[in-house]
Design a protein. Structure first.
Length: 64
């Protein structure tokens, strides 16, 4: 679970750095891109192991 939070924080830091470089129109596209990256990260670290056969209880133990 800490890994997902870390990925979200890294994406937010990248977003804050890039905000200085872009216009408001580009900011909307950037927010959509970062949110898609966050969703893909959640899929990769939470949903994909469940599809591969891990049970959610084992996944919670694995994340801690």
């Amino acid at each position: 679970m800490d890994l997902v939070i870390l990925v979200i924080l890294v994406n937010l830091v990248i977003l804050v750095i890039l905000v200085d470089l872009v216009d408001l129109v580009d900011l909307v596209e950037l927010v959509l891109l970062v949110s898609r990256l966050v969703l893909m990260s959640i899929y990769r670290y939470l949903l994909l192991p469940i599809y591969l056969g891990l049970k959610p209880t084992n996944l919670v133990l694995l994340m801690n």
